[in-house]
Design a binder for this molecule. Structure first.
Ligand code: NZQ
Ligand code: ZN
Length: 383
C-alpha cells in the first residue's frame, strides 16, 4: 500500500425525510444563496421542502445552472453574492449544480481573475461555506472537494479542487431521485462504476481493503441496476444506488492505491466538443481504453473478471476479453451505447480532440504512459 493522507470532513445526512434537518445544519443569521439547475426541483417538490425549511433565513436564489456547468453562467452568481453579502451557499441538484456551486464558492473569495482557477490551476486559498442537497446519484461531488467546469467560449472542460471546497454537509434523501428519467439513472450508474474502476483497474499494490471495497461497489451497482432503472419508487434500490455513488468518489477507495483518471480526462473532451452526457462518454472510452492498456492492467483485469464477473476459466487473454465484453454488455443493458458512431460521430470529427491532447502533451494513466498517440488509438477504436 502507498502512503496517503485521508481527509474528508463532509457530514452526511442520509435517508427519507432528512431535508427536514436542513435549517439546523446552517449557522443562524446566515444569508443564503440557494443554487439549482433547470427546474427539476420545482416539479418534484424539493424546492418547496427546501424553501419552507429555510423560512427563518434571508434567502436569495440562483437557478439555471446547466448540465456541464459553464463558467460564464456561474460568474453571474458571484455578482449576486457580492451585492447581497451572501455568506452561505446551498446547492440543490445533481453533480453540475454541486460542482458549479463549489466553483462559485471559490470564485467569490478569489483575488484575481477567477478563470485562472480553471485555466492555470491557480491555488484556492478559501471558499464560501456550502451545503448540498443531492438529487442525482452519480458524481460523488456531494462528498468530495472537486468539480468540473466548462468555459463556453473556448469549449474547454476543466477540473479544479481544494480542501476548502468540501461541503459542510450533504443531504441524501433517496426519494428525491424518484423523478429522475431513465437515461440519467443509467448515466449515474456508469459514472459511479467508472469512478470505481479508475481506482481499481490499475496494477496490484497489496491493498486488499481498497480492492474489496471497490469490488463491492461494482457488484452492488450490477446487482441493483435493474431495480434502479425499472422500479421508480423502490426505496432500497435507490438508497443503495445513492450510497454506492457517494462511496465511489469520496476518496476512500483511492487512498493508498494507484489511480488512472484517463477515461475521465478523455471523456471530458467528448462532452466539450460533442455535448455528450458525462456518463455516456465514460461508457464509450472505458472499454476501448481497457483493451489498449490490457498488458499494463493484466493482473487487475484478471482479478476483476474473477471477483466481479465470476470468470475463472480460459486463457488469461480470453478471461480479460470476456471481462471487457461483460462490462460493455452491462453498459448496453442500461441503454447506454458504447460506440461513438452510435452518436453520429465519425473519425474526421475527432481531429480537434487529438490536436488538443498533442498540444497539452499530458501523460495519463497509473503509469503515465497513456500518451496523446495512445489516446488517438483509444478513440479511433471506439468509433
Ligand atoms: O437542471 P435540472 O432541471 O435540475 O435537471 C437535471 C439535469 O438536466 C436533471 N436532474 C437532476 N436531478 C433530478 C433531475 N431530473 C429529475 N429529477 C431529479 N431528481 O438531470 C440532468 C443532469 O444533471 P447533472 O447535474 O448535469 O448530472 P450529473 O449529476 O451526472 O453531473 C454531471 C456533471 O458532474 C461532473 C461532470 O463532468 C458533469 O459536468 N462530474 C463531477 C465530479 C466531481 N465533482 O467529483 C466527478 C464526475 O466524474 C464528473 O466529472
Ligand atoms: Zn465521472
Amino acid at each position: 500500500m502507498n502512503n496517503f493522507d485521508f481527509y474528508n470532513p463532509v457530514k452526511i445526512l442520509f435517508g427519507e425525510g432528512k431535508i427536514n434537518q436542513l435549517a439546523s445544519e446552517i449557522p443562524q443569521n446566515s444569508v443564503i444563496l440557494v443554487t439549482y439547475g433547470g427546474g427539476s426541483i420545482k416539479s418534484n417538490g424539493v424546492y418547496e421542502q427546501v424553501m419552507s425549511s429555510l423560512s427563518s433565513f434571508k434567502v436569495f436564489e440562483f437557478g439555471g445552472i446547466e448540465p456541464n456547468p459553464r463558467y460564464e453562467t456561474l460568474m453571474k452568481a458571484v455578482d449576486i453574492i457580492k451585492a447581497n453579502n451572501v455568506n452561505f451557499l446551498l446547492a440543490v441538484g445533481g453533480g453540475s449544480v454541486l460542482d458549479g456551486t463549489k466553483f462559485i464558492a471559490a470564485a467569490a473569495k478569489f483575488k484575481g481573475e477567477a478563470w485562472d482557477i480553471l485555466r492555470k490551476g491557480a491555488k484556492i486559498e478559501e471558499g464560501l461555506p456550502l451545503g448540498t442537497i443531492l438529487t442525482l446519484p452519480a458524481t460523488g461531488s456531494e462528498m468530495n472537494s472537486g468539480g468540473v467546469i466548462t468555459i463556453g467560449t473556448t469549449k474547454e472542460k476543466l477540473v479544479f479542487g481544494s480542501s476548502h471546497l468540501f461541503p459542510k454537509f450533504s443531504i441524501l434523501d433517496p426519494t428525491v431521485t424518484y423523478s429522475l428519467p431513465k437515461n440519467q439513472l443509467a448515466n449515474g450508474i456508469v459514472d459511479a462504476f467508472v469512478h470505481t474502476t479508475e481506482q481499481y483497474l490499475t496494477y496490484p499494490s497489496n491493498s486488499p481493503i481498497q480492492d474489496r471495497y471497490a469490488e463491492s461497489i461494482l457488484k452492488t451497482l450490477i446487482e441493483i441496476a435493474p431495480q434502479v432503472l425499472n422500479s421508480p419508487d423502490d426505496y432500497q434500490a435507490r438508497a443503495n444506488f445513492m450510497w454506492s455513488c457517494t462511496m465511489a468518489l469520496n476518496g476512500l477507495i483511492g487512498a493508498g492505491v494507484p489511480t488512472d483518471w484517463a477515461t475521465h480526462m478523455i471523456g471530458h473532451e467528448l462532452t466539450a466538443f460533442f455535448g455528450l452526457d458525462h456518463g455516456v462518454t465514460l461508457a464509450i472510452v472505458l472499454p476501448s481504453l481497457l483493451r489498449e492498456m490490457k498488458d499494463d492492467k493484466r493482473e487487475k483485469l484478471l482479478q476483476y473478471g474473477k471477483n466481479v464477473w465470476g470468470i475463472e476459466t480460459g486463457t488469461e487473454d480470453n478471461r480479460i476479453d470476456e471481462a471487457i465484453i461483460r462490462t460493455v454488455s452491462f453498459f448496453n443493458s442500461l441503454g447506454v451505447k458504447t460506440k461513438l458512431s452510435a452518436h453520429g460521430i465519425n473519425g474526421s470529427q475527432l481531429a480537434p480532440i487529438f490536436e488538443r491532447f498533442q498540444a497539452r502533451q499530458w501523460k495519463l494513466g497509473e503509469r503515465k504512459n497513456i500518451t496523446p498517440n495512445r489516446i488517438e488509438i483509444i478513440l479511433k477504436s471506439a468509433l
